[in-house]
Design a protein around this ligand. Structure first.
Ligand code: HEM
Length: 399
C-alpha cells in the first residue's frame, strides 16, 4: 500500500478511513491502491484534517467533473475548501471561466500548437543528442523535466537562462518529501520566489509589450474589462503548476513502460506510427492526476451523502483503469481502437494544454526511439513515486 489507509469506522453510514493521498509510495502503488478501492466501494470518507469524500466509481467521477453547478472549482484542493488564492482558469466557474477558455483557446488550440512542432522537435533532438554519448542518465532530470519546461518558457516569453532556476523552484515546490521539508518552509520560500518572479515579468511587459503570450494577455478583455495584474499573476501561477510537472511525469512513465516492455519497444521502433497509441495508453494506464471539487449543494455521489461546502476527490485513475470501460484495462495495448480515456480530465476544465502535451509526448517518444532505440532500466534502483500527482521520483536508464 502506498497512501496511508487506516479504517476509522463510518461517517454518515459510509466507511471512513484515514486516507492521505500526499504520501509517496513504491512503484505504481497509488494506481494499484485505487484499483483495490474501486473493486470494493463506490466512495468513502477520508478523515484527514477536516475530512473529505473520495469517489471510487468511474462513471460517477466523470459525471461529477461535468456537473460544474454542483461541483465547483472554486476550491480544487481537498485540504483547503476556502482558499485565499486564485489560480486562473482552474479555479473559476462558468461563465467567467468560459470567457477565459475562449480567449486561451486561440493560443493553445490544435492549429496554434501544430505550428510549434518544428521548434519542439528541435529542442527534443538537441537534448537527446547531448545525452546520447553518456550511455545512461536519470532521464527525468536530464530530459523529461528540461524538455517541456524549455518549451513552456519560450511560449510564455520567459528568458531561457532562467531554466535551471525554474527547475529548482519546481523541485522545491513539488518534489520535497516530508522529511526534507517538514514544515513546508522550503516549499513556501520557492512559492514566494516564483510569485515575485512573475510580478517582475508582468511589470516589464506593462512597460514594454513583446511578442509573447503574457503581452497578448494584456490586450484581452474579460467582461469588458482589461485583465489586471492580480489576474495575470493568478494565470502565471496556474500555468507554472499545470505545465511544469505533468509532461515530465508522463514522459517518465512512457520511458519506464517501454524500458520494461522490450517487445513493445521493438514494435514502436519498427513502426513509429504506433507511438501515438503508445502515448495515449501510457497516459491512461499510469493516470496520475487527482482532481477535486467543492460541493455547492447537498448531493450524493458514489454513495456518499455530500453536504454543501464539502470537498470531493475524483481520481482519474479509477475511470481510466475501469474494466467496465476498457478491455484488459491495466494493459498498454498498442493496437487499442477505442481509447476515450480522461487522463486530461473531463467537462469544462478539461486540460487546456492537452494539444501541447500530446505533441510534446509524441515528439519526445519519436525522437528518443530514433536515437536511442535500445535501453533498459539501470539495475539496483528502488523506484518510488510521489504522492498527490503520481510521478516517478527518478529513473536511471542505460543504453
Ligand atoms: C501529460 C500532460 C498533462 C496532463 C495529464 C494534464 C492533465 C490535466 C487535467 C486532468 C486537468 C483538469 C484538472 C481539473 O479538472 O481540475 C488539467 C487542466 C489544465 N491543464 Fe493540463 N495536463 C497536462 C499538461 C498540460 C500542459 C502542458 C499545460 C500548459 C502548458 C496544461 C495546462 C492546463 C490548464 C491551464 C488547466 C486548467 C484548465 C481549466 O481549468 O479550464 N496542462 N490538466
Amino acid at each position: 500500500m502506498s497512501t496511508t489507509l487506516e479504517p476509522r469506522g463510518a461517517h454518515e453510514g459510509v466507511p471512513a478511513y484515514y486516507f492521505d493521498n500526499r504520501t509517496p509510495g513504491p512503484l505504481l502503488s497509488h494506481q494499484q491502491q485505487w484499483d483495490e478501492l474501486a473493486s470494493t466501494t463506490h466512495g468513502f470518507r477520508s478523515t484527514v484534517a477536516q475530512g473529505y469524500w473520495v469517489v471510487t466509481d468511474g462513471p460517477a467521477i466523470q459525471d461529477a467533473l461535468q456537473d460544474w453547478r454542483t461541483f465547483s472549482s472554486t476550491s480544487v484542493t481537498v485540504l483547503d475548501p476556502d482558499p485565499r488564492y486564485l489560480w486562473i482558469p482552474e479555479m473559476l466557474d462558468p461563465p467567467v471561466h468560459t470567457t477565459w477558455r475562449r480567449l486561451l483557446g486561440t493560443e493553445f488550440g490544435p492549429k496554434a500548437i501544430a505550428a510549434r512542432e518544428p521548434e519542439i522537435r528541435g529542442i527534443a533532438s538537441d537534448l537527446i543528442e547531448r545525452l546520447r554519448p553518456a550511455g545512461g542518465a536519470d532521464v527525468l532530470d536530464e530530459f523529461a523535466r528540461r524538455f517541456p519546461t524549455l518549451i513552456f518558457m519560450r511560449l510564455m516569453g520567459l528568458p531561457e537562462q532562467d531554466l535551471d532556476q525554474f527547475l529548482e523552484w519546481v523541485h522545491e515546490m513539488l518534489h520535497l518529501s516530508h522529511a526534507e521539508d517538514p514544515e513546508h518552509r522550503r516549499q513556501m520560500a520557492a512559492m514566494t520566489a516564483v510569485s515575485a518572479y512573475f510580478t517582475e515579468q508582468i511589470a516589464a511587459r506593462r512597460q514594454a509589450p513583446r511578442d509573447d503570450l503574457l503581452s497578448r494577455l494584456m490586450s484581452w478583455r474579460i467582461g469588458g474589462e482589461p485583465i489586471g495584474d492580480a489576474d495575470m499573476h493568478a494565470f502565471c501561477i496556474l500555468m507554472f503548476q499545470a505545465g511544469f510537472d505533468t509532461v515530465p511525469i508522463a514522459i517518465g512513465w512512457a520511458l519506464y513502460h517501454f524500458a520494461s516492455h522490450p517487445e513493445q519497444r521493438a514494435a514502436i521502433v519498427a513502426d513509429p506510427a504506433l507511438i501515438a497509441n503508445g502515448v495515449e495508453e501510457t497516459l491512461r494506464v499510469y493516470s496520475f492526476v487527482v482532481p477535486a471539487r467543492k460541493a455547492m449543494r447537498d448531493t450524493e455521489v458514489g454513495g456518499c451523502p455530500v453536504k454543501s461546502g464539502e470537498m470531493v476527490m475524483l481520481p482519474l485513475a479509477v475511470s481510466n483503469r475501469d474494466a467496465g470501460r476498457f478491455d484488459a484495462p491495466l494493459e498498454v495495448d498498442l493496437h487499442r481502437e477505442e481509447n476515450n480515456h480522461i487522463a486530461f480530465g473531463s467537462g469544462p476544465h478539461r486540460c487546456l494544454g492537452s494539444h501541447l502535451a500530446r505533441l510534446e509526448l509524441n515528439v519526445a517518444m519519436q525522437e528518443w526511439h530514433r536515437r536511442i532505440p535500445d535501453y533498459r532500466i539501470a539495475p539496483g534502483q528502488q523506484l518510488e513515486q510521489t504522492g498527490n500527482m503520481y510521478g516517478l521520483m527518478s529513473l536511471r536508464v542505460e543504453w
